[in-house]
Design a binder for this molecule. Structure first.
Ligand code: PXG
Length: 465
C-alpha cells in the first residue's frame, strides 16, 4: 500500500477511512456515504482540516486539550521518556519514576486527603476501577452486601461495560446491556425538567432522590454515589446551587462513598484545579483523565482518600490493574502538562480573564431568538435552543433535530460547537484568548442566524404539544 499522508486528496482519505475505520458513536454507513472530515493539524485553539479550513475548536478536542494543541514541551517529554524507559509495568512490586512523580503531584493538587492514585488508561477504565474499589472496600469492612452504586440519569461515565452502566444514557444501555448493581436517580436539569419550581427548590428535590433511593434499597446495600460535578456529555448541565451541598449532606449522613467524576471538570475546566472545589464537594474518590494529559496521550486514574486506600491496601492483593496503569510515557507527558498549567497560570487565566470575558458574551446569546438560556461555569458552557423562550418549550421535531442543524452550520462556519439534543455546548481549550473568544462568538451568532433561517424554511419553529 502507498504511504498514507496529510497530502493525499481528501476523497482518498475518506474512502480508506470508510473502508477500514470503525468510528465511536457513529452510524458507519451513513458517515461513509457523507464523507468523514479529516483533521490534519492543531495549534493552540486552532485546527486545520484536509481542505485547509482553519477551525476554532470550541470543544478542546473531546473536552480534553486544556493547554491547547501542539506544545513542543510535551512532545519532548514523551521523546525523552521513550528513550529513557519506554515501558515498564507497575505490577509485581515494581514502579518507575514517572508514575511516582505523577502520583505524588496529583496527591499535592487534589483537595483533602485524596492522597493515593490508581492509574488507568482512560476515564472509562478508571470508573471500572472505582466500581471494584468501592465494592472491595465494603467487603473488607465486613459489609459485602454494600455493592450498589447510585448514579444519575443522563450522567456519562464512559463506554466500557462498567462505565456505560454507571452512565445514565439509555441509548448506551441499549447496545450491549448493563452490569448489575447500578441504579439511577434523576438529574439536576432545571431548565428541561424543573417545571414551575425555582432552580434551588428543584436542586434540593433532585438531591433528595438520593436519600429516597438509599432508604428504598437499604443503606446496608449501598456502596457509593457517583456524579459529575457538572454533567458534560449530558449537555453541560450546571446544577442549581442547592444540589451538591444536599448530596454531600446525604452521603455524610448515611456514610456512603462519594465519587466525583472529574474527567471533564478536572484540571482547570471550572476555574479551579477540580470541579469539586468549585462546587464544595468532598469526594472519597475522584475519577480523572482527559485534561490530566491535555489529551496528548491516553491516561486516566482514580485519586483515592486515605481511608479507602489504606483499607484496600491493608487487606492483601487488590486483584485489578491494567497493562498501561501508570504508563511511563503517558505519566511523563501528564507531568509536563501539569507543569505548564501551573507555571503559565492557566487556571488563573480561566478564572480572571477567559471566563469573565466569555461569560458576558455567552449570556448575550440569550438575545438571539433561538436561545432560551445560556449557562457557563469556568470554560464549559451550554445554550438551550427553543421555539418559545417564555415557556422553555421543546421543539415539536425529534429531540436533537434542531441541534444537529445548528451544529452543521457551526461546522460550515469553521467553529466546533457540538449539540446534545437541542442544547449547544462548548468547552474550548483553557488558553483561549479574548480575541479568539470574539471569533468563537461571532461564528456562533452567524451559525445561530443561519440555523434559524433553516428552521423557518423547514417550518420547524414549532413547540412540542
Ligand atoms: N467520565 C466522564 C465525566 C466523561 O466525560 C468518561 C468518564 C470516559 O472517559 P474515556 O476516556 O473513557 O472516554 C468521560 C468521557 C461526548 C463525549 O460526546 C464525552 C466523553 C467521551 C466521549 C464523548 O461529549 N467523555
Amino acid at each position: 500500500m502507498n504511504k498514507i499522508t496529510n497530502h493525499m486528496p481528501t476523497a482518498e482519505l475518506q474512502a480508506l477511512d470508510a473502508a477500514h475505520h470503525m468510528h465511536p458513536f457513529t452510524a458507519g454507513a451513513e458517515l461513509a456515504a457523507k464523507g468523514v472530515r479529516v483533521m490534519t493539524q492543531g495549534k493552540g485553539v486552532w485546527l486545520t482540516d484536509s481542505e485547509g479550513h482553519r477551525i476554532i475548536d470550541g470543544m478542546a478536542g473531546l473536552w480534553c486539550v486544556n493547554i491547547g494543541y501542539g506544545r513542543r514541551e510535551l512532545a519532548q517529554a514523551a521523546a525523552r521518556q521513550m528513550e529513557e524507559l519506554s515501558y515498564y509495568n507497575t505490577f509485581f512490586q515494581t514502579t518507575h519514576v514517572p508514575a511516582i512523580a505523577l502520583a505524588a503531584r496529583l496527591a499535592e493538587l487534589a483537595p483533602g486527603d485524596l492522597n493515593h492514585v490508581f492509574f488507568a488508561g482512560s476515564g472509562s477504565e478508571a470508573n471500572d476501577t472505582n466500581i471494584r474499589l468501592v465494592r472491595r472496600y465494603w467487603a473488607i469492612k465486613g459489609q459485602p452486601d454494600k455493592t450498589v452504586i447510585i448514579a444519575r440519569k443522563n450522567g456519562y461515565h464512559g463506554s466500557t461495560m462498567g462505565g456505560g452502566s454507571l452512565g445514565g444514557m439509555a441509548p448506551i444501555h441499549a447496545h450491549g446491556g448493563m452490569i448489575g448493581g447500578i441504579v439511577h436517580i434523576g438529574q439536576p436539569h432545571w431548565y428541561a425538567e424543573g417545571g414551575d419550581m425555582t432552580p434551588d427548590a428543584f436542586g434540593l428535590l433532585r438531591a433528595r432522590e438520593l436519600e429516597e433511593m438509599i432508604l428504598e434499597l437499604g443503606v446496608d446495600k449501598v456502596a457509593a454515589f457517583i456524579g459529575e460535578p457538572v454533567q458534560g456529555a449530558g449537555g453541560v448541565i450546571i446544577p442549581p446551587g442547592t444540589y451538591w451541598p444536599e448530596i454531600q449532606r446525604i452521603c455524610d449522613k448515611y456514610g456512603i462513598l462519594l465519587i466525583a467524576d472529574e474527567v471533564i471538570t478536572g484540571f482547570g475546566r471550572t476555574g479551579n484545579w477540580f470541579g469539586s472545589q468549585t462546587f464544595g464537594i468532598r469526594p472519597h474518590i475522584m475519577t480523572i483523565a482527559k485534561g490530566l494529559s491535555s489529551g496528548y496521550l491516553p491516561i486516566g486514574g482514580s485519586i483515592v482518600c486515605d481511608e479507602v486506600a489504606d483499607t484496600v491496601g491493608g487487606a492483601g492483593d487488590f486483584n485489578h490493574g491494567y497493562t498501561y496503569s501508570g504508563h511511563p510515557v503517558a505519566a511523563a507527558v501528564a507531568l509536563e502538562n501539569l507543569r505548564i498549567i501551573e507555571e503559565e497560570k492557566i487556571i488563573d487565566h480561566v478564572r480572571d480573564v477567559a471566563h469573565p470575558y466569555l461569560a458576558a458574551k455567552w449570556q448575550a446569546l440569550t438575545d438571539h431568538p433561538l436561545v432560551g438560556e445560556a449557562r457557563l461555569v469556568g470554560l464549559m458552557g451550554s445554550i438551550a435552543l427553543t421555539p418559545d423562550k417564555a415557556s422553555r418549550a421543546k421543539f415539536a421535531s425529534e429531540a436533537g433535530a434542531v441541534g444537529y442543524r445548528c451544529r452543521e452550520r457551526c461546522f460550515a462556519n469553521d467553529l466546533i460547537m457540538r449539540h446534545v439534543g437541542d442544547r449547544m455546548i462548548i468547552s474550548p481549550p483553557l488558553i483561549i484568548t479574548p480575541a479568539e473568544i470574539d471569533i468563537l462568538i461571532e461564528r456562533a451568532w452567524k451559525s445561530l442566524d443561519e440555523c434559524l433561517a433553516i428552521l423557518k424554511l423547514e417550518g420547524m419553529m414549532k413547540a412540542a404539544a
